[in-house]
Each structure stands twice: as structure tokens, then as C-alpha cells.
Design a protein around this ligand. Structure first.
Ligand code: AKG
Length: 259
């Protein structure tokens, strides 16, 4: 995980043009197995403690099992979140001098969960004063397919920063929010386990329902440029932390990732 993943100039340009890119085999073999076991073990252990049946969970909680900042509670997950290899991809794609961890999340969609994750842009949910260079790695711990709910993206949609935010719990029609995207064909990214997509925080994305018999297992690590400052929006990762508006988000919650 200390080794760099090679990125070509073409891949970097494609990311900057489209707002997303799929990368094959960013983690493989025994490392992939260890990462999958660490994350799945952590997500399943935390989910077991939640005894509420599906219909007593909120609309958002019914989309997927979402476990945020596993690195803080599970030593076995931490090396994968801190990994230089992943952070270095994020830094080079974003084209910034240094990146920090914003947060990680296990996003597991249960078998036969008929709910799609609605089209949305991420940065509107985050208490950041800057929104131009955040990006997420969405890594398939098991193969991600159309059948089990892989991701799709609208190329070029990261160029629209001023659209109305879409609440995941109360989805809106993408084309009502962003009529300028009508006619732009979305791209669906099936991924082999150990492959990932990186998407810009403003790139519209969606994930389908899980119609398979197996859990859809994805792990997301979200990066922000060093120097990103707090905007006062309420968010689980900053609430109660005593952050002041304009203050840079830094250690210990948002470590600089040597990359
Ligand atoms: O995995 C999903 O269902 C949605 C993921 C997503 O929206 C994200 O990683 O930003």
C-alpha cells in the first residue's frame, strides 16, 4: 500500500474532463482480501448492534448500511484509509499539493434492496467553504455490477457548482434540478473487486438497487485538499467538535495523508 499506483496523463485529463474515472486493480491479492475482511467485519459488527427492522429505519438508512469513519473505531481498517497509494491517486487527480482525509464510509447494500441511491452531488452535504477539489474513492470490495448496484456518473456535471442540493432521503428529478444535463449520457461503471472509481465532489452520481442475493460491498474514502476550511453546515464529522467558521479542518480528525 506504500507503492504508487501508476496514472497516465490521459487518465488524469479524463478525470478532469468527466469528473470521474474508473481505475482497475488499485488493490489486489492478499491486500485486497485483508481490506475486504477488515471492512466487512467492521460494518457487520456495527450493523449487528442495530436491531431495528428495515421499516423502522429512516429513508436514508433504508438505502444502505452506512458506517462512517471506521478508521477511528477499527484498527484493522485504519491502514487502508491512511494508505499512501490511494491518497496519492487522489492528490494527482485533483492536482493539489496535499490531501487530507475528510472521512471514510462502508456503504453496504443488502441483498434484494430495491432502493436506488438517487442522483446527487456530494459537496453540498459537507461543511466546506471550498468545493472545487474534493473527491471520493468508491472501491468495490466484491465485484460491483448493474445487478447489485454499481455506480453511474454524468460526465462533465462537476462543472455545475450552483445547483440545488439533492437530499438523499427525498430524491428529486435530476433533470428538474439540472436541465442543462439533459442529453448527456450517464456512464455506468461495473467494477471488479479491488477496482475503484474516483469522483469529483460535484459530479452527479447514482447507484442502482441491489437485485442480487449477495451484499453489495463498497468502501469509500473521501479526500479534501489541505487548507479546506469549515463552513458551519451541520455534519456528523464536525458537529460537537468546536470548529469555527473559516478554521482549516486538520488533525486529529482530518489527518494529512502523506502522498
Ligand atoms: O454506494 C452508493 O450507493 C452511493 C455512493 C455515493 O453516493 C458516494 O460514494 O458518494
Amino acid at each position: 500500500l506504500g507503492q504508487e499506483y501508476p496514472l497516465t496523463e490521459d487518465q488524469i485529463s479524463a478525470y478532469r474532463r468527466d469528473g470521474f474515472i474508473a481505475l482497475e486493480g488499485v488493490i489486489t491479492g492478499a491486500e485486497l482480501q485483508a481490506m475486504r475482511d477488515a471492512v466487512a467485519g467492521a460494518v457487520e459488527a456495527e450493523d449487528r448492534e442495530d436491531l431495528r427492522p428495515m421499516d423502522e429505519r429512516s429513508a436514508c438508512e433504508q438505502l444502505f448500511i452506512q458506517k462512517v469513519n471506521l478508521w477511528q473505531r477499527h484498527e484493522a481498517v485504519k491502514p487502508f484509509v491512511m494508505a499512501r497509494r490511494f491518497a496519492s491517486i487522489a492528490r494527482r487527480l485533483a492536482g493539489v499539493p496535499a490531501v487530507r482525509l475528510w472521512h471514510d464510509q462502508g456503504l453496504f447494500k443488502k441483498p434484494h434492496n430495491g432502493r436506488a441511491t438517487p442522483w446527487h452531488q456530494d459537496v453540498h452535504y459537507w461543511p466546506h467553504q471550498q468545493m472545487q477539489h474534493q473527491l471520493s474513492m468508491w472501491l468495490a470490495l466484491k465485484d460491483a455490477t448493474v445487478e447489485n448496484g454499481c455506480m453511474s456518473f454524468v460526465p462533465g456535471s462537476q462543472k455545475f457548482p450552483d445547483l440545488e442540493p439533492i437530499d438523499l432521503c427525498e430524491p428529486k428529478d435530476l433533470y428538474k434540478v439540472a436541465p442543462q444535463l439533459k442529453g448527456v449520457r450517464a456512464r455506468t461503471c461495473e467494477l471488479k473487486a479491488g477496482s475503484c472509481t474516483f469522483h469529483h465532489g460535484l459530479c452527479f452520481h447514482y447507484a442502482g438497487p441491489n437485485r442480487s442475493d449477495q451484499m453489495r460491498e463498497a468502501f469509500v474514502v473521501i479526500y479534501m485538499p489541505d487548507g479546506t476550511t469549515y463552513s458551519k453546515l451541520s455534519h456528523i464529522c464536525t458537529d460537537g467538535g468546536g470548529w469555527q467558521v473559516g478554521q482549516p479542518l486538520t488533525e486529529p480528525m482530518f489527518p494529512l495523508l502523506g502522498a
